[in-house]
Ligand binder design. Structure first.
Ligand code: G16
Length: 544
């Protein structure tokens, strides 16, 4: 065996963010940049000799190159077997499913999620642990610490593996198995949902749907599940071929970037149901005919209807949502008599709750929904969950959501993003708020009185670990909230996120445009944070 030990020098910017290390492709192409990070992952792990690693990515530019490097490094570092998706493809939830099913030691997922791809786009790498979920902070911190002192990496000198050919090949003493990327995941979906009922519903002439895979990783999964297994008409899945640059698009399923789908669902002769997923297949957007379901409402509605779905027919142990997600799911949890956990942003914070059986469904405002079936959020799972509920209730998406609001009240919700602002004033803005908010209790802004203000800190109820400085919360006495955070997934400058929420119990007042309903809170947020003075922007770049 020809194992090379190569000398290297640390890079000072390899600190994983909200979800792994995300940088421009050009940064990853810097000599030894990828190798350093991969070796830092391996050096932070213990006891993996001879065990199985899962590797795959969302198919973006540099995916295949990076996979070859990772395979050769895994062989040189003593893994016994690597399972890799055919063509180097694995959606993030499918990778999680495969890690769990084959009891792998862990997995490496290559994706920058919803960030654009291509030679001038972004790339990313994250490590998932043996439960199938994103590495918790103590692991990502260890990886970062190692990356700061690394002086060598190990790699096997060997020819590339043919990633398109299913089957096993030997790489030194390690076996590489190129596996079907879709089969295990599709089987898991079939075990959770009533495929017969959904198939009957999809074949009724009265129901039409469109699934936009945005030229990203879910295309092959969606074609197999919706068109082959569930018999939806050919063409139900659009943009279904994964492209290295996502067709030049921004594979982020929201009202701005999934505009083709939005136009279709809000246009003449619109289908009844529309959905989109992101670069690596963990996010989802749900649309009804001329109707947008906010991700927070989606989690609440799925929780309230969970017992209609075979995989959840015995009810939920609990619900978990990230802190900036609206409090709509809390109201369902209260009605069901179960706990609702509020965690920092980042799917990794749900892992312990799911493992301990404290939560069954989890969700985030950032278009992520999932359950204990894997340890990642799962875009197609959410679409299937909605389809199963629709097939049972035989009502429109709009009817189901407005009925939900009548029962639980409506949490008006919106997120305003200020993308690519200068980093220093953005941090200044957060520092200013950090000193301001403890002084706000009792202060009155128009009709709103401040109930509390803090910088969110989370103590994990399972392992007691504490995560501080997770975002500024300002809560008002009527339950409304304003939240400020800096994104942990951007790659240029800083992205300021402003999250706004108010509560309306009266069904006659639940039909407003959220931007109107939240108008006063938006003005208060601008006044408190001095957004224009500090960022130079008076309008957000993206509103969802
Ligand atoms: C990642 C995380 C999510 C998080 C989202 C946005 O999603 O897994 O938990 O909500 O980023 O994070 P931020 O607000 O820090 O940008 P994804 O789909 O990008 O992997």
């Amino acid at each position: 065996m020809n194992i090379h030990t190569v000398s290297t020098q640390p890079f000072d910017d390899q600190k994983p963010g909200t979800s792994g290390l995300r940088k421009s492709v050009t940064a990853f192409q810097t000599r030894h940049y990828l190798e350093n990070f991969v070796q830092s992952i391996f050096d932070s792990l213990e006891g993996y000799a001879g065990s199985t690693l899962v590797v795959g990515g969302d198919g973006r530019y540099y995916n295949r190159v990076a996979i070859q490097v990772i395979l050769k490094m895994a062989a040189a570092n003593g893994f016994g077997r690597v399972l890799v998706g055919q063509g180097g493809i694995l959606s993030t939830p499918a990778a999680s499913c495969i890690i769990r099913k084959y009891q792998a030691f862990g997995g490496i997922i290559l994706s920058a999620s919803h960030n654009p791809g291509g030679p001038d786009g972004d790339f990313g790498i994250k490590y998932n642990i043996g439960n199938g979920g994103p590495a918790p902070e103590k692991v990502t911190e260890a990886i970062y610490a190692r990356s700061q002192t690394i002086d060598q990496f190990k790699i096997l000198e060997v020819a590339d593996v043919d990633l398109d050919q299913l089957g096993a090949v030997q790489l030194g003493e390690m076996t590489v198995e190129v596996i079907d990327a879709v089969a295990d995941y599709a089987e898991l979906m079939q075990s959770l949902f009533d495929f017969d009922r959904i198939r009957a519903y999809l074949s009724s002439t009265a129901f039409r749907m469109s699934m936009d895979s945005m030229h990203a990783v879910t295309g092959p999964y969606a074609q197999v599940i919706f068109e082959q297994m569930l018999g939806a008409p050919a063409g139900t899945v659009v943009n279904g071929v994964p492209l290295e640059d996502f067709g030049g698009g921004h594979p982020d399923p929201n009202l701005v970037y999934a505009h083709d789908l939005v136009e279709l669902l809000f246009g003449k002769d619109a289908p009844d149901f529309g959905a989109a997923s992101d670069g690596d297949g963990d996010r989802n957007m749900i649309l009804g005919q001329r109707f947008f379901v906010t991700p927070s409402d989606s989690l609440a509605v799925l929780a309230a209807n969970a017992t209609l779905v075979p995989g959840y027919k015995d009810g939920l142990a609990g619900i978990a949502r990230s802190m900036p997600t609206s409090q709509a799911p809390d109201r369902v949890a209260a009605a069901l008599g179960i706990d609702c956990y509020e965690t920092p942003t980042g799917w990794k914070f749900f892992g312990n709750l799911l493992d301990a059986g404290k939560a069954t469904l989890c969700g985030e405002e950032s278009f992520g929904t999932g359950s204990n079936h894997v340890r990642e959020k799962d875009g197609l799972w959410a679409v299937l969950f909605w389809l199963n509920v629709l097939a049972v209730r035989q009502e429109s998406v709009e009817a189901i959501v407005t009925e939900h609001w009548k029962t639980y009240g409506r949490n008006y919700y919106s997120r305003h993003d200020y993308e690519e602002v200068a980093s220093e004033p953005a941090h200044q803005l957060m520092d200013n708020l950090r000193s301001l908010v403890p002084t706000l209790k009792g202060k009155v802004y128009g009709t709103y009185e401040v109930d509390y203000g803090d910088d969110f800190s989370y103590t994990d109820p399972v392992d007691g670990s504490i995560s501080k400085k997770q975002g500024i919360r300002i809560g008002f006495t009527d339950g409304s909230r304003i939240v400020f955070r800096l994104s942990g997934t951007g790659t240029k400058g800083a992205t300021l996120r402003l999250y706004l929420e108010s509560y309306e119990a009266d069904p006659t007042k639940q039909g407003l445009d959220p931007q109107d309903a939240l108008g006063d809170l938006i003005a208060i947020a601008h006044e408190m944070a001095q957004i224009k003075a500090l960022t130079g922007r008076d309008q957000p770049t993206v509103i969802t």
